[in-house]
Design a binder for this molecule. Sequence first.
Ligand code: PLP
Length: 423
Amino acid sequence: MTTDLGAQDLTALLDSARQDYSELAGRGLKLDLTRGKPAPDQLDLSNELLTLPGEGVLKAADGTDTRNYGGLNGLPELRAIFAELLQVPVAQLLASGNSSLELMHDAFVQALLSPLPGAQSRWVDQGPIKFLAPVPGYDRHFSICERFGIEMIPVPMTETGPDMEVVTRLVAADASIKGIWAIPKYSNPTGVTYSDDTVRQLAEMPTAAPDFRIFWDNAYSVHHLTDERVEVADVLALATAAGHADRVFVFGSTSKITFAGAGVGFFGASEANVKWWLGNLSKRSIGPDKVNHLRHAAFLGSAEGVLAHMDKHRALIAPKFQATLRILSEQLDGTGLGTWTEPKGGYFITLEVPEGTASDIVARAAEIGVALTPAGAAHPLGQDPKDSIIRIAPTFPTLENLEAAVLALTTCVKLVGYEQRLK
Ligand code: PLP
């Protein structure tokens, strides 16, 4: 292990990293590993949508003219497909606009402004409220809380989900904790899938707040990278069986199934929650884009159709994940300068570097033309107390650009890592 190296060896390694770095600096790179976006070839997989539902095909199975107003719940045939995949009874699953993030945002706004089922009052009237934020987590979740002045309490992620000892202790004691962010499958950015035990505890745990909500963001429910289609326990059913039917808000979307900018978002919950949601929604909309729902239902066909379509995504992006992991391993194995996740699905690899080096690595990478998600982004308020987490998003670049970017990243890891060791 080079961790045991003396100053002379370390100096040689640093010199070599410096040489690699200046060579890269001379190449005028312009590479981007930031956002987890589908690549153009992934979007091409759904181009048939552009000609659907097809001329003269206007009506849903129940005779609804999809071009017109109405149908706040969304098209039943599309909801039926995703009910199975998102583990929500079809009557309790709504199909909406093109983004699940906006549904999560709206859930906060509505809970702030009108009492949730089980609540005596609106969140805005309950004094300062808090949310549990598993870390590392998704920056846009945290931005929503920040936007509304909701304090976030970081909870460490483990290999089986958020540390449930911490979660259960906190939520039992503090009624101002109103909920928790959860990305149950192939989590952003760690790739962690919640164990059955974690899901059961989340569903069953006593909470001091009667209006506690789990924001169950199942963004990667069908986004497998291996032969194994990893399953997650049915949180809504478990919560309902435990007498906490209203505890769960389920979110999902087709953003990384069809078109990221023109897909369909879903909201699912208990009957009481759905009634509350629709009551609020009816002031905001006369109905969603049902033509988009219809073409999605025609294109995807069934839950099995969605899974078959996701196999095509996997064929395009699994090699990118493999290439990233190969380069990380070739360059960093045995250096003691990094460990990383090997996700079975989702969109990200998390690279953990020595404490106090992540921001510097990201800055050095930027100087040679490699854009990385800001260090700290996976933590509330963008502050990683250890400054050690870097999120890698391999899907968008071409394989060639990805390989160049990851190699450059590992050069920066070595440069900053050896500099730190020699300080
Ligand atoms: N939730 C998670 C965990 C994500 O990683 C993303 C996108 O990266 C989203 C939600 C965004 O979802 P949507 O496109 O449906 O708004």
